[in-house]
Design a protein around this ligand. Structure first.
Ligand code: G3I
Length: 698
């Protein structure tokens, strides 16, 4: 009998939750409707269906021993629930205190070991160097625009390979409050889950039926469901995940399935199911779906500016849609995007105000009778329409030796209104953050593959308009390329340090300010789970800063986080973290307060107090990602919050900069809440005037 054990994860000063791994219960059966094309979609244990090495349908237990498919593992209760061994520490053992406390494992002033030699992954080389842009793609002008070379290999990377699939479903993970006693309240589990294989064009139906050993109805939800899939409620406490993958879905993806205890919903068990999509022997059996034309929002542009509109044909079967503009403006050109053949790039220069309705048709590559139509509305305004009264924000900020800035939407120079965007940003701001262009998943999608163009173009534009570039971000728990997430924990220090060194080396002369580590803390001040914490423990933060200092000795190095601007456990945890880092001699220059807030924010005194606490550590303060959600009716309240936060910053001598996270609602990460100082058509809002007024005051 397989008796699973609870493998407690190492407790790194855990926050208020404990996470443990449960060995999966066995006893596998799940519902798969046979495919429309008659392909066999029966589950395999990870070997390709035609393999002779592993008979299909034989599930594997965690230890690799074939398990019975008829009698689920018996925990003595006969119901197949995972065993829960005796808890060694009594329930009254206090949970690990939330928040970074104590000293890190690294003794103070410990120097870094040399970077891996040879490097763990190929360093950037000439193949990665972007080339000057020739096709008419760039909207913004006045700086050299470059583009990445098309790569022969797809920049996609399946996070899971055949080995992971063959290993069978991984151990479920128990997530529960530290005072949870699994002997008293046994966790729920889902007895009938395993990795599944389905053929493109077939329909997968995965029946999910969680059980609570103590009775009651266990809750369930899923994450990572692919577009087009559905999650049916069978109205009998079970659900069915339904998905019909097509050609582009071939590969292995993860579906995360969560179940919550009926008595205490905070007690949750999570399973990762791998879904492998294979091509059927006869691809013609896959339904040919009609093409689409990617949403091209209505645009507002300026007379005389080059307008560039990337029109993307979409086709769920992965074929190229034939695109045509039926009524192009005079002098317009239409070329294929050099990096993405699905995109046709329309470029023209409007010479008079007015409204253009551009009619586009997209035809299916296999069947011209299948087509899509879309009209793109372009509103052309005269330059005077965008004039702003009073002094520009950057003029007022320069006069006070202060930095006022924003985060740049990625590749704004290639957007239809890129010229207008660049003009206003260059007039108003003296510092710019890279919203996404310097994140790891953008820069280095595959080992040895670097895509610098987006970041290079932002740097070139910023320098052409005399803005400082604020690099964001080197070490973060998310937006990581799949290949990084699959690295061995023991190798992660090397990978992290190589990445820091390569990025800082490339931009050593261009980017003087960096968010080195971003969002390492949980709401309760404990360390956030991440592949970095798993690989190096809490010391990854110190190691990252030490590597950054070594790679860019002149750069200003910042720790950046959100929800640290007011009293609470996270701000307290931050203080302890900073004190520990400083006690260890960690090179650190400042703290970034993201300040993603709403128009009812009123904790200005607490913000001032927290800025002061940072200053007393001899660290600088940066407002790095300010945005203030609001509604059209409450724009004055929004303006008061912008002005209040700017005041707190200006009144704190160590507060060096205030940057909003974007400047036009059109490209905000939460555009629906209109959080920025310009609306989507570049009309300044009360918030803009509030900043202008406050910066102009003594
Ligand atoms: O570029 C791809 C595009 O090719 C693809 O078609 C599309 C759909 O999948 O995704 C595009 O990438 C998106 C990227 O923004 C660029 O637009 C990612 O999916 C999306 O997750 C990413 O969201 C960004 C988010 O960080 C995660 O990186 C937001 O724009 C960005 O505003 C937000 O910024 C973060 C800061 O970095 C850290 N602080 C919080 C802040 C808000 O979440």
């Amino acid at each position: 009998m397989l008796v699973p054990v609870l493998a407690y994860r190492r407790r790194y000063l855990l926050a208020a939750r404990s996470r443990t791994r449960l060995a999966p219960s066995l006893g596998l059966s799940f519902v798969l409707s046979l495919a429309a094309c008659g392909g066999d979609t029966s589950s395999t244990d990870g070997e390709p269906a035609d393999s002779d090495t592993a008979p299909s349908g034989t599930p594997r237990a965690p230890d690799g021993m074939p398990a019975s498919t008829s009698t689920p593992m018996n925990d003595g209760t006969g119901n197949g629930a995972p065993d829960v061994p005796a808890i060694t520490d009594s329930p009254e053992t206090p949970a690990t205190p939330a928040g970074p406390v104590g000293t890190p494992e690294r003794p103070p002033d410990t120097a870094l070991t040399p970077l891996p030699a040879p490097p763990l992954t190929p360093a950037p080389d000439a193949r990665d160097e972007p080339r000057p842009l020739t096709e008419p793609r760039s909207t913004a002008s006045g700086f050299p625009v470059v583009e990445n070379r098309p790569r022969s290999i797809e920049d996609t990377f399946s996070e899971f390979g055949e080995a992971e699939f063959a290993a069978g479903i991984g151990e479920p993970v128990l997530d529960a409050p530290p005072d949870h006693d699994p002997r008293r309240n046994r966790p729920p589990y889902i007895p009938d889950l395993d990795n599944v294989t389905v053929f493109a064009g077939s329909t997968l139906e995965l029946h999910i039926a969680p059980l609570d050993p103590d009775g009651g109805v266990a809750g369930q939800w899923i994450e990572g469901s692919p577009p087009g899939s559905i999650y049916l409620d069978n109205l009998d406490t079970t659900r069915t995940f339904v998905w019909r993958p097509l050609e582009p879905d071939v590969g292995i993806r993860a579906l995360t399935v969560h179940t919550a205890d009926s008595e205490d919903p905070e007690v949750r068990v999570t399973y990762t199911v791998l879904i492998r999509v294979l091509m059927p022997a006869d691809p013609s059996t896959i339904e040919n779906r009609p093409p689409g034309i990617d949403l091209v929002e209505p645009q507002t542009v300026r007379v005389g500016d080059p307008v560039v509109i990337g029109i993307k044909g979409t086709d769920l079967n992965g074929t190229l849609t034939e695109l045509e503009v039926l009524n192009p403006p005079p002098g317009a050109t239409l070329v294929t995007h050099p990096e993405d053949p699905r995109i046709r790039v329309l470029r023209f220069v409007p010479d008079a105000p007015g409204t253009l309705d551009l009619d586009v048709v997209g035809r299916d590559a296999r069947d011209p009778e299948l087509f899509a139509e879309k009209t793109i509305r372009v509103t052309v305004r005269s330059p005077g329409h965008f004039a702003r009264e009073g002094a520009r924000l950057r003029e007022l900020a320069d006069a006070r030796d202060f930095l006022i800035g924003f985060a740049a939407a990625p590749d704004f120079d290639t957007r239809p209104d890129g010229a207008l965007y660049a003009a206003i940003a260059g007039e108003e701001f003296n510092i710019v953050s890279t919203e996404n262009s310097m994140k790891w998943d953008t820069l280095n999608p595959l080992p040895g593959v670097y895509r610098w163009a987006s970041a290079d173009n932002l740097v070139a534009w910023a320098h052409s308009r005399d803005l400082i570039v604020h690099g964001h971000t080197l070490v973060w728990y998310t937006q990581l390329p799949a290949w990084v997430k699959r690295t061995e924990p023991a190798m992660r220090e090397g990978h992290m340090r190589e990445h820091i060194d390569r990025v800082l080396t490339r931009y050593a002369d261009d980017v003087p300010l960096w968010d080195v580590v971003n969002e390492s803390l949980e709401a309760d001040g404990g360390y956030r789970d991440s592949i970095w914490l798993e690989g190096m423990g809490p010391d990854y933060i110190e190691i990252a800063f030490r590597q950054a200092r070594a790679s860019a000795p002149e750069a200003t190095l910042i720790y950046n986080d959100y929800d640290i601007g007011w009293a609470g456990p996270k701000a307290d945890g931050l203080l302890r973290l900073l004190e520990r880092l400083q006690a260890n001699g960690t090179p650190l220059d400042g703290v970034g307060f993201q300040l993603h807030v709403s128009d009812d924010f009123d904790r200005f005194d607490e913000l001032a107090e927290n800025f002061r606490r940072i200053a007393l550590l001899d660290l600088d303060v940066y407002v790095t990602e300010l945005d203030v959600t609001t509604s059209v009716e409450a724009e004055n309240a929004q303006a008061e919050v912008y002005e209040g936060i700017l005041s707190v910053c200006l009144e704190e001598p160590r507060c060096k900069a205030l940057q909003s996270w974007g400047f036009t609602d059109r490209y905000s990460w939460r555009a629906e809440d209109t959080p920025l100082m310009f609306d989507r058509d570049y009309t300044p809002k009360p918030a803009y005037r509030a900043l202008q007024r406050r910066l102009g005051e003594n």
